[in-house]
Design a binder for this molecule. Structure first.
Ligand SMILES: [Zn+2]
Length: 146
């Protein structure tokens, strides 16, 4: 998919297959794509809480909006900031202690995150951490067997 920036591609990669198909078709046809994301949050700009936001995806940029209580549309600010916080939603929200074995859920989200990484250095950094964790797991297993 030439012409689409890598960071926009990695955003598209986390959408549902149906949304991906729609967005890629729109962009390929030279049109903008509009999708709704069901994400809870509080707008940094107007302070209102939202349950979903709209993303306008173009070849070069992604713009995020939410609908205010009054019905008007609120542009949510610099796209990079919003983009980063939406990506962070993959690992957050952190579950409270009521969620059993929540660490397993975090690890599942990390798997999803790793699938979207486009930077080889970031993959290698994660690989190094995982090697350390693997050694630690081996060590803990042996400790617990005793
Ligand atoms: Zn707002």
């Amino acid at each position: 998919m030439s012409g689409i920036k890598p960071e926009i591609m990695s955003f598209i990669a986390q959408l549902s297959p149906r949304q991906q198909q729609y967005v890629l078709a729109q962009l390929t046809a030279g049109k903008d794509a509009y999708i709704t994301l069901h994400i809870f949050g509080k707008c940094q700009r107007c302070g209102e809480e939202y349950k979903k936001i709209q993303a306008k995806i173009t070849l070069n940029n992604i713009y995020f909006y939410h609908r205010k209580i009054t019905g008007s549309r609120c542009y949510m600010g610099p796209e990079n900031y919003i983009y980063v916080s939406i990506l962070n939603k993959i690992v957050s929200p952190l579950h409270g202690a009521v969620v059993q074995k929540r660490i397993l859920k975090y690890i599942e989200r990390v798997e999803k995150y790793i699938r979207m990484i486009t930077d080889i250095k970031e993959i290698e950094e994660i690989e190094n951490i995982l090697k350390d964790l693997e050694s630690l797991i081996e060590f803990r297993k042996n400790q617990l067997k005793k």
